[in-house]
Design a protein around this ligand. Structure first.
Ligand code: NAD
Ligand code: TYD
Length: 336
């Protein structure tokens, strides 16, 4: 099985490469990654030199790069993880989101159509559905994105669905709740808060912290994408969710408890513009049709994640020294 996995130097892509190489003796993985601020070859340190792994530094929105990869490696499966992914960055600077998430996905789809692939899996988010006060998003819920990030992902997902309807390119889309676990760039809620606290810094809770997110731990997400890749039906859409829905303030309190710190470490800061109040995803289809179910609770995943960040300071300290600080100064006008 020849897999082209894009964005494999990022958080979830790197975890998935490790999963695929471990699970399938016959899997060959080509990772195309632009190495943006979020792409980090340290995430793949243990994979470098693996006989079934190839890295190509490149932009998925660049036709020539994508064409060369398809010609040279003849992928049967495309797993499109590459994206600009952080909502706050999309608010400050949306252009890169359009270029990668929309144009990049389009460029991959065109190559997949022209060269023929057995499966094109688009790794997408529940954020395309907008916010729901008390309901759950199903696969049929209409897109209603709030941020430039979710609007870009929604644009890409429309194209992915259209390529099946128009050209019969065998695409599948996954809409997942929030991931968390090892190698997540410390700008997202969970890794930012854990690393700030390990550094003795406060954690910036947006608004009143009552916004709700649904959470999935890394290995369960890898298993879900594997199920969709191998058994998902072309043209179909699968929601990935655990039912574990928590207010941000409760996630924050759980992290504080694990680290034996008090609520004095919370800094309530101005809310994110257009902040979605609640995400909740109905994953019945994935469970009933593909037999998937999560194996770890949020609490188990969080304890393992805190342990990983504690044991891998070398990984995140390097990142926090760099461009990251400038970004947070710009956003909050202060040092974090
Ligand atoms: P990430 O930000 O950690 O990594 C993104 C990777 O994509 C980086 O390695 C980056 O270098 C690469 N990249 C960016 N632009 C590129 C381009 N033009 N060409 C090639 N590579 C490029 O992302 P993540 O959190 O691991 O998310 C992976 C995917 O999952 C994304 O598509 C995201 O929309 C989706 N998703 C994420 C979450 C979440 O909670 N993080 C939830 C649902 C869906
Ligand atoms: P985030 O991890 O950025 O993921 P997403 O916005 O894609 O869901 O944020 C998760 C939630 O945490 C979201 O409601 C915003 C909130 N949040 C904070 O309160 N403070 C922070 O510093 C960050 C990064 C997020």
């Amino acid at each position: 099985m020849k897999v082209l996995l894009t964005g494999g130097a990022g958080f979830m892509g790197s975890n998935m490469i490790r999963f695929l190489l471990n699970k399938y003796d016959h899997a060959q993985v080509v990772n195309v990654d632009k190495l943006t601020y979020a792409g980090n070859l340290d995430n793949l340190k243990d994979i470098v030199g693996h006989p079934r792994y190839t890295f190509v530094k490149g932009d998925i929105a660049d036709e020539a790069t994508v064409e060369n990869v398809f010609r040279q490696h003849r992928p049967e499966v495309v797993l499109n993880y590459a994206a600009e992914t952080h909502v706050d960055r999309s608010i400050l600077d949306p252009k890169a989101f359009i270029m990668t998430d929309v144009v990049g996905t389009f460029t991959l789809l065109e190559a997949a159509r022209q060269h023929g692939v057995k499966r094109f899996v688009q790794i997408s988010t529940d954020e395309v559905f907008g916010s729901t006060a008390d309901g759950q998003f199903t696969e049929a819920t209409a897109f209603d994105p709030s941020s430039p990030y979710s609007a870009s992902k929604a644009g890409a997902d429309h194209l992915v669905r259209a390529y099946w309807r128009t050209y019969r390119t065998p695409t599948v889309v996954t809409h997942s709740c929030n991931f968390f676990g090892p190698y997540e760039y410390p700008e997202k809620l969970i890794p930012l808060f854990i690393t700030n606290l390990l550094e003795g810094k406060k954690v910036p809770v947006y608004g009143d912290g009552r916004q709700v997110r649904e959470w999935i731990y890394v290995p369960d997400h890898c298993r879900a994408v594997d199920a969709v890749m191998t058994a998902g039906q072309p043209g179909e859409v699968y929601n990935i969710g655990t039912g574990e829905r928590l207010a941000n303030i409760d996630v924050t309190r759980k992290i504080l408890t694990i680290l034996e710190l008090s609520e004095n470490m919370i800094d309530y800061v101005p809310d994110r513009p257009g902040h979605d109040l609640r995400y909740a995803i109905d994953s019945t289809k994935l469970r009933n049709e593909l037999g998937w179910a999560p194996t770890r609770s949020f609490d188990q995943g969080l304890a393992s994640t805190v342990r990983w960040y504690r044991e891998n300071e070398w990984w995140w300290r390097k990142i926090k020294k760099g461009e990251y600080l400038e970004y947070y100064r710009q956003q909050y006008g202060r040092k974090t």
